[in-house]
Design a protein around this ligand. Structure first.
Ligand SMILES: Nc1nc2c(ncn2[C@@H]2O[C@H](COP(=O)(O)OP(=O)(O)OP(=O)(O)O)[C@@H](O)[C@H]2O)c(=O)[nH]1
Ligand SMILES: [Mg+2]
Length: 350
């Protein structure tokens, strides 16, 4: 059994940010819901504006890894978006332009897109055509070509586009994977986080429930390295906290002995990365040890990778422990290595 995570104070770090821009009723809130599975975002009826003011939505809410900026629907009377836009383009990494495929009138969106292009702050743009299955196939191609031409003309170059149909009432999300894949190209970490592929084993299913928390600690660890500010929590301290929290979520008792055992089972694959080989007893001190010696010199990606790898391996370990099963050291090292490599690949880079 994996318990829900406890809420904790949020770290002060820049979050990868997706900015959603589109007319009222285009499907911005639906898109956030489709990606996060959260119904905390209100979906309107499409006739009157639902999102009253632009707002930021952090996901997951307690240990956030990603931020959505949901701009108030464009094209509403008496709404001047210029202030919102100035603010959003400073904070965002990717702009998602959301357009309902049958909605041909996009002048308000085109106008804002032109302003954004001139400001040159946003480099990555992705077009998302929504409610794609509500129009006949032949009509669809014509409409998409029309939108694509108009958006590209304003942006001045080719733009990637995804066709989706997200029905939040029935929770049928057509082409959700394509959208996640397109975002993954731009932000690999976000891809790993939103990835909902089928998990073959029960152990993987259990880890899927704690994965975002592990990613949160890994991100924290990498930022600690990127901005080594005095007083900020160190990587080892962050990892120790993560293990403590994971043990709780897997409902496994956690103490110094358990810690030594886990590191012991993890063995050399973990410790040799830092050029240290220690006995089981000394392993208790391992994490603080490398933190002081090579921690500062370690690249952010490595901190991310080791933290993610450690969290993944700990998940494997705790899962077995909680069922009274033994843990094979080789299996665990493999789990660690695979996760370390994956973590290194998706680590945020500044
Ligand atoms: N079938 C279908 N309906 C959609 C899709 N996207 C949005 N809708 C519907 O369109 C309406 C408006 O969707 P929202 O997601 O609230 O739109 P929004 O862009 O957030 O609108 P504002 O918050 O007013 O700016 C709702 O009734 C949605 O169910 C889609 O891809 N397919
Ligand atoms: Mg909305």
């Amino acid at each position: 059994m994996v318990k829900p995570s406890e809420s904790s104070s949020t770290q002060e770090q820049p979050l990868p940010t997706l900015w959603l821009l589109g007319k009222t009723g285009a499907g911005k809130s639906s898109l956030i819901q489709a990606l996060t599975g959260s119904s905390a975002v209100e979906v309107g009826n499409g006739f009157s504006p639902c999102t009253k003011t632009s707002f930021a939505y952090n996901f997951p809410q307690d240990k956030p890894l990603l931020r959505f900026l949901d701009t108030r629907g464009l094209g509403e009377a008496h709404y001047d978006p210029s202030e919102d836009i100035k603010l959003c383009q400073r904070q965002s990494h990717v702009l998602l332009v959301v357009a309902k495929v049958e909605e041909q009138e996009q002048s308000a969106v085109l106008e804002v897109l032109s302003t954004i292009r001139k400001a040159k702050k946003i480099k990555q743009v992705l077009l998302v055509y929504t409610a794609i299955n509500t129009v006949p196939e032949s009509e669809k191609n014509r409409l998409v070509a029309h939108h694509q031409g108009a958006f590209e003309k304003v942006w001045g170059s080719a733009l990637a586009a995804i066709e989706v149909d997200f029905d939040c009432d029935t929770q049928t999300y057509y082409h959700r994977e394509q959208l996640v894949a397109a975002i993954t190209e731009i932000m690999p970490l976000v891809g790993l986080m939103l990835d909902k592929k089928e998990h073959t084993s029960l152990e993987e299913q259990a880890f899927a429930k704690v994965k975002n928390e592990v990613l949160w600690y890994a991100t924290g660890a990498s930022f600690t390295d990127l901005f080594p500010v005095v007083g900020l929590v160190s990587v080892p301290a962050m990892q120790a906290k993560m293990l403590h929290s994971l043990a709780k979520r897997y409902e496994v008792k956690w103490n110094t002995r358990g810690f030594a055992e886990l590191i012991g089972v993890l063995g050399t694959s973990f410790s040799t990365q830092y050029g240290v080989k220690l006995g089981a007893r000394q392993l208790v001190k391992l994490i603080p040890f490398y933190g002081q010696t090579v921690g500062a010199a370690t690249a952010a990606a490595v901190s991310f990778g080791t933290t993610y790898g450690l969290g993944r391996a700990a998940g494997y370990y705790f899962y077995r422990k909680s069922r009274g099963e033994t843990v094979n050291s080789e299996d665990m090292q493999q789990v660690y290595k695979d996760a370390f490599e994956l973590g290194k690949k998706v680590a945020p880079r500044e």
